[in-house]
Design a binder for this molecule. Structure first.
Ligand code: GLA
Length: 381
């Protein structure tokens, strides 16, 4: 828990609105493996982290709502009785989207005031957006006694992203941020939302993120296009999703689709298999197998699914060549953001110093290192 951030949002709320707020923490997430599988009804293996969004919220005494984004030093006013997306597509849309989606469920949202800040960078692939959405829906649910279940809340967050932000995301980020557990990773079946909980113990190795500091923008990137390719191929094979398609099924329509589409669908089918293998290798303490699956996942994301970028590829290739790293891959939607690395604890300093120097030399800007702890999901603090 970032005590000073918690106190800061609380204090700022008091300064602005002269009343005690409810405080909510909603974490960002990492994903061990299972990338771009969630919207294909497949498997993912994420975990909530101890960094995220801190939100102070309370009912408004006036007929307007005021939101303060501390990190941006920006303020926005609206009334909950007329909510529509901003065409500028800023942070406001995550909040407005949540309000609108709650209303779509027939619930009344009175005006409210909200102050938020965070310690995960936007656009780093750590799901700051899901954390923000979850913190807002969780806070509103509490303040106005809306009686929403956690499951309903994550679907509200996801729909806010679809309808107000324009990213047709899967459910992984919102799920992990809401249902995360301390020191655990969640093996989630995105078709049924059944999850099994696993202790993330990598023996002498630890998880370290390296941020390329290349900000990804899922909305204008190829994310929605990739999703459309997957859905078209499923339709061609008369299945509800790629989850239900085997490699030999895909071959039967190879001449009806482009080579690029074939490779992309193949990636998803293989990534689902890798995710199941990774869960098994963690259960059987086979850390090196787990690591090699991460490298394979990256290869698929980069060469087949084509959602990597030169900076991510550089970091993973350097990691692959280094004896102290047994697994690494790009993480999240892609086109920037972080790599996730399994690094031998006793040798991590040497590796990290080296990779930071090499990265700066090559790209003329720095990468950033994050150590993460797995944490509980969205909660009142
Ligand atoms: C983003 C989306 C998720 C998921 C990942 C890729 O984080 O929000 O739903 O699709 O990309 O695995």
């Amino acid at each position: 828990m970032n005590q000073s951030l918690k106190e800061q949002v609380q204090q700022e709320f008091l300064n602005y609105f002269k009343t005690e707020p409810l405080l909510v923490f909603s974490p960002g997430r990492i994903n061990l493996i299972g990338e771009h599988t969630d919207y294909n009804e497949g498997f993912v293996f994420p975990a909530a982290i101890d960094k995220g969004i801190y939100t102070a919220i309370q009912q408004s005494e006036t007929n307007k709502s005021t939101i303060v984004a501390l990190d941006k030093n920006e303020q926005y006013e609206f009334t909950t009785s007329s909510v529509s997306p901003l065409t500028t597509n800023g942070w406001q849309n995550y909040i407005l989207g949540v309000v609108s989606e709650i209303q779509q469920k027939g619930k009344i949202v009175p005006n409210f005031n909200l102050v938020f800040s965070g310690d995960i960078p936007f656009g780093a692939g750590l799901s700051s957006s899901a954390a923000l959405e979850n913190s807002v829906v969780f806070g509103l649910n509490q303040v106005f006694q809306l009686q929403l279940t956690k499951q309903e809340m994550i679907f509200i967050s996801q729909k806010a992203e679809h309808n107000f932000v324009g990213v047709k995301c899967g459910i992984m980020d919102q799920y992990a941020s809401m249902f995360g557990q301390k020191n655990k990773a969640l093996h989630l079946d995105c078709r049924t939302l059944d999850a099994t909980i696993h202790t993330a113990n990598f023996e002498n190795y630890e998880l370290i993120l390296i941020n390329t500091n290349v900000k990804h923008s899922l909305a204008d990137s190829a994310y929605n296009k990739r999703r459309a390719v997957c859905e078209n191929i499923s339709k061609l094979l008369k299945k509800s999703s790629l989850r239900n398609i085997k490699e030999h099924d895909l071959i039967t329509i190879k001449d009806k689709i482009s080579l690029e589409e074939y490779e992309q669908a193949l990636y998803v089918i293989q990534e689902n298999k890798r995710t199941l293998q990774a869960v098994k290798s963690l259960e059987t303490d086979n850390v090196s197998k787990f690591g090699s699956l991460l490298f394979e996942s990256h290869e698929g994301l980069s060469k087949q699914y084509k959602v990597s970028c030169p900076e991510l590829d550089f970091l993973v290739h350097k990691a692959q060549k280094h004896s102290s790293v047994i697994g690494a891959r790009m993480m999240g939607g892609g086109f920037g953001g972080c790599t996730i690395n399994l690094i031998k604890t006793s040798e991590k300093e040497a590796f990290l110093t080296q990779i930071q120097q090499e990265y700066a030399q090559k790209f003329k800007h720095n990468c950033a290192i994050y150590e993460v702890n797995l944490s509980n999901g969205t909660q009142i603090i």
